[in-house]
Design a protein around this ligand. Structure first.
Ligand SMILES: *[C@@H]1O[C@H](CO)[C@@H](O)[C@H](O)[C@H]1NC(C)=O
Ligand SMILES: *[C@@H]1O[C@H](CO)[C@@H](O)[C@H](O)[C@H]1NC(C)=O
Length: 284
């Protein structure tokens, strides 16, 4: 019953995603957000319950990287559920800052919506009047695949091995980092899932990354209660989030790509000229 209502509520979500650059982002960079179509009445008990829920989330994030809350109203209509999850490597001050940003973002994104979801690089916040706590949700909320690296069996095999390691577990950890050198990846579950649900959810995200992103140099798969991402070639380094950004890398890559394209065009022109000469010559 709870499961089906959570799923139907989710299907009403309008997902708004940021179309951003792929440079290594700070924790409070917006990734996507969604709002339920159902609205509450201004100045209602629901609104004040929502405000107390959001305040609890922000306060809790100063000492815990995950928490869930249920605010009980005088009537069943006023009950509201919420949770937040910070990425496992964030420090407490960064977690609190990220949640505060998410909550203010939700306020402007979802005015008077009964439910809302915001994913920032470093944290996830969700609230709704339908219970979703402890419910596994593998629906795709947002997905991003970078440009293809082309046929490169070695690097794709490395990526797949890293993703398999992410899915299989790290001792049932809810925050998982994998890879080395040019292949990097990470996965994060929401803390309300059981260890088995978390493993299953990351397994689904990883499977979708491989099938949907193929040979992309960058893949991000955000499901309802977990996400997984990877990069090939060091465009992003998930294990280095706290060491500050290295935006140059992407700039250099893009530059290299443009030079590569120009070189390709020049070669094509040379080849066509050669063909013209050959055929022009043989025609005489
Ligand atoms: C809500 O309350 C505020 C302040 O109490 C008031 O100014 C506003 O008109 C009220 N809005 C509605 C829709 O009742
Ligand atoms: C959530 O609120 C909307 C709008 O008030 C209502 O239609 C819906 O039935 C509520 N859902 C639950 C589970 O209470």
């Amino acid at each position: 019953m709870a499961t089906s209502s959570a799923i139907s509520a989710l299907s009403l979500y309008i997902v708004i995603a940021a179309v951003g650059s792929a440079s290594q982002p700070p924790a409070d960079t917006f990734v996507y957000g969604g709002c339920s179509q159902a609205k509450y009445n201004p100045n209602s008990t629901y609104e004040s319950n929502l405000n107390s829920l959001l305040t609890s989330l922000v306060n809790s994030a100063t000492y815990s990287s995950y928490n869930k809350f249920t605010v009980i109203g005088p009537t069943e209509q006023d009950v509201i559920y919420g949770l937040y999850q910070c990425r496992g490597d964030l420090s407490m001050p960064d977690c609190a800052t990220c949640i505060a940003h998410s909550v203010s973002r939700l306020g402007s994104l979802c005015p008077e919506s009964c439910g809302g979801t915001a994913q920032l690089e470093g944290c996830f916040v969700k609230f709704d009047n339908a219970s979703f706590l402890g419910v596994e949700d593998k629906g795709v909320l947002y997905r991003r695949c970078g440009p293809s690296i082309g046929y490169d069996a070695r690097r794709i095999t490395g990526r797949d091995a890293m993703l398999a390691a992410l899915a299989s577990g790290d001792g049932g950890s809810y925050y998982r980092v994998g890879g080395s050198g040019e292949v990097q990846g990470m996965a994060q579950c929401a803390g309300d899932l059981s260890v088995d649900q978390c493993r299953d959810c990351i397994g689904e995200a990883v499977g979708r990354l491989k099938s949907d992103c193929g040979t992309a140099e960058l893949g991000e798969m955000y499901l309802g209660k977990c996400y997984a991402k990877y990069t090939i070639g060091g465009a992003l380094s998930y294990s280095n989030f706290r060491k500050g950004s290295s935006k140059n890398q992407l700039g250099i890559k893009t530059f290299a790509l443009i030079i590569g394209l120009l070189a390709g065009i020049v070669l094509l022109i040379v080849f066509l000229t050669f063909l013209c000469r050959v055929f022009g010559g043989s025609g005489k």
